[in-house]
Write a protein that binds this ligand. Structure first.
Ligand code: BTN
Length: 252
């Protein structure tokens, strides 16, 4: 990763046993950070998920990682970035021998139909033409059964894929390098170079789905994403395209 070392030479990693939210930690410091700097914690007391939901992260049970990136082209260029991050996270796992991990639009990681990890991208204002981004990942390693009461959907864990868990420091390091590389590529080339891989990893490809938009529900067959990262849905009225935000996809 020679390019990367030139790009983010030994970007600092902020490590905490307990923290409110690793995303918030970086968001509070955007003006002091450089791209590729990250934050790791064993436990979050106020972890955040997508669509305003809390993210339950008990001590030592997940990889809890956030990374700061200053996107030089500004906010509009960030569209689709979370999809590129999804590909990078799956590829980091594949590089460690974890196979069979898939993506669910817009940016959940799935294993055998259950959620393995979530990604939350947050923005904080702009810095001249550029904007500050914080990318957060919560990846289940081995969750205690009692947490089930608090989590609203079936989940998967890395130990389901391989009971001999990889060393967590190695996992974190691999994830950081893959993320830095992907964010650098995204900044240079946009989403285009990630689309084929995203579609290769698509959990719902060719399957009937329901797209939830507030009170509205749209049914169709999932046909992957286009170059903008929009979901391509084959409906009774032809093919329609949907861009991320507050949307959620379910099995049809
Ligand atoms: C989702 O709802 O699927 C996204 C979950 C993202 C959770 C991660 S854990 C690290 C980072 N810090 C947070 O507060 N949230 C993200």
């Amino acid at each position: 990763h020679a390019t990367l070392q030139a790009l983010a030479p030994m970007a600092p990693v902020h490590c905490f046993p307990v923290i409110g939210s690793t995303n918030q930690h970086l968001l509070d410091r955007v003006n002091e950070l450089r791209s590729g700097e990250s934050c790791l914690a064993e436990c979050q007391t106020a972890g955040r998920g997508r669509r305003g939901k809390p993210w339950i992260s008990p001590f030592g049970c997940q990889l809890i990682l956030s990374m700061y990136w200053r996107l030089e082209q500004g906010m509009a260029a960030a569209m689709g970035l979370s999809l590129a991050v999804g590909v990078a996270v799956v590829e980091a796992l594949e590089s460690l021998g974890y196979q069979g991990v898939e993506l669910k639009w817009p940016n959940d990681l799935y294993y055998q139909g259950r959620k393995l990890a979530g990604i939350l991208v947050e923005m904080s204002g702009s810095a001249g033409a550029s904007c500050h981004l914080v990318i957060g990942i919560g990846l289940n390693l081995a969750m205690p059964a009692r947490e089930g009461e608090k989590i609203d959907q079936a989940w998967a864990e890395l130990r389901h894929i391989n009971p001999e868990l990889v060393d967590r420091n190695q996992l974190a390091a691999r994830m950081i390098v893959h993320l830095q590389q992907a964010l650098h590529t995204f900044e240079q080339q946009g989403l285009a170079s990630f689309v084929d891989d995203w579609n290769r990893l698509d959990h719902f490809a060719g399957r009937p789905v329901r797209l939830l938009m507030g009170d509205q529900e749209i049914r169709g067959i999932a046909r992957g994403i286009d170059d903008r990262g929009a979901l391509r849905l084959e409906t009774g009225e032809g093919v329609k395209f949907y861009l991320g935000g507050e949307l959620s996809l379910r099995r049809g």
